[in-house]
Ligand binder design. Structure first.
Ligand code: SF4
Ligand code: SF4
Ligand code: SF4
Length: 308
């Protein structure tokens, strides 16, 4: 079986299937970047152009029918918010956020939009034993709440800390994250709402392969403007959303320690150390889920009986 087919199957397969498929990869191919679906789309985020207007946040909120934020989108005091020692992060009410970075020696701050990076070999997918995640040929990593049992393994697995859990509904598990506007736009060939709303053209939508070339060209043609690196070309095995930055990536809150290899390789290593996880983990969480949903149904039934 070819490496390409193994990888393709992995994107549709379960944790066990993925681990088994990967074991058959040759050692010298394990660390290679998977180019994924050749026509998959992506977004190039250029931090030199972003002015922190938050239009992208507002557009995402509207497109994804998310709840109204506590502070309006034209309130820029949010850039000063620190929670548990960290700047703002995506959560169940916001699939994307923009943060400000005041960098010593720079006249103006930089702003960075954060969302799911739609990895080519997503760790969220790899770690999910009920196949709640799918990497689509269009490039989006989407999620099926109907099969999710709420184990939250994907939250731990994601190297970018993106999936968040909807705590407001304990018995109906649901992970909330950017879906690349898959249903409403990507499948219709339209750019995501956030991209369309950006007045600065800081977000470029296109085929990922073209964006890699465009990003490198921008670096080449503007000497001194950017760090000579396209973040996401190889990180975590490659991502569909990639970043160009005028300042070192760690100064804009980007984790430069994310390995170049797909996180799948690390999951595989982990599984080889703890093989029992394959049998215990699914059973454990599926059991919890059944118990929780049964309790929920019984409570609902009792309530209905009381209403009759
Ligand atoms: S960034 Fe995280 S949630 Fe998004 S595809 Fe990658 S691993 Fe999954
Ligand atoms: S791609 Fe769609 S879901 Fe993702 S951040 Fe942009 S508007 Fe939101
Ligand atoms: S809309 Fe564009 S310029 Fe405004 S914050 Fe978002 S990415 Fe930056």
């Amino acid at each position: 079986m070819s490496n390409a087919i193994n990888r393709r199957r992995f994107l549709q397969g379960s944790l066990a299937g993925a681990a088994a498929a990967t074991v058959s990869l040759g050692k010298n191919t394990e660390a290679a970047t998977f180019e994924g679906y050749p026509d998959a789309m992506g977004v190039l985020v250029d931090l030199s152009r972003c002015v922190g207007c938050r239009s992208c946040e507002a557009a995402c909120n509207k497109e994804q029918k998310l709840p109204a934020p506590e502070k309006p989108f034209n309130d820029f005091s949010v850039f000063d918010e620190i929670h548990h020692g960290q700047k703002r992060r995506t959560d169940e009410t916001r699939y994307t956020i923009v943060n400000r970075y005041d960098i010593p020696g720079r006249e103006h701050p930089l702003f960075r939009k954060i969302q799911c990076n739609h990895c080519l070999e997503p760790a969220c997918l790899t770690s999910c034993f009920v196949n709640a995640y799918t990497k689509t040929p269009e490039g989006a990593v989407i999620y099926d709440s109907t099969v999710c049992v709420g184990c939250r393994t994907c939250m731990v697995a994601c190297p970018f800390y993106i999936p968040t859990f909807r705590y407001s509904s304990a018995f109906k598990p649901r992970i909330m994250k950017c879906v690349f506007c898959y249903d409403t736009r990507l499948t219709k060939g339209l750019p995501p709402a956030c991209v369309e709303s950006c007045p600065q053209e800081a977000l470029t939508f296109g085929r990922r392969t073209d964006l890699v070339a465009a990003g490198k060209q921008r670096i080449r043609e503007n000497p001194g403007t950017y760090v000579d690196h396209l973040y996401g070309e190889h990180e975590a095995g490659g991502t569909s959303w990639m970043y160009l930055s005028p300042a070192p990536f760690e100064q804009v809150g980007i984790d430069t320690t994310v390995p170049k290899e797909p996180i799948l390789n690390y999951v595989k290593d982990f599984l080889s150390i703890v093989p029992m996880v394959l049998t215990i983990w699914p059973a454990l969480f599926a059991g919890f889920h059944l118990l929780a949903t049964r309790k929920d149904k019984m409570a609902e039934q009792k309530k209905n009986e009381g209403e009759v």
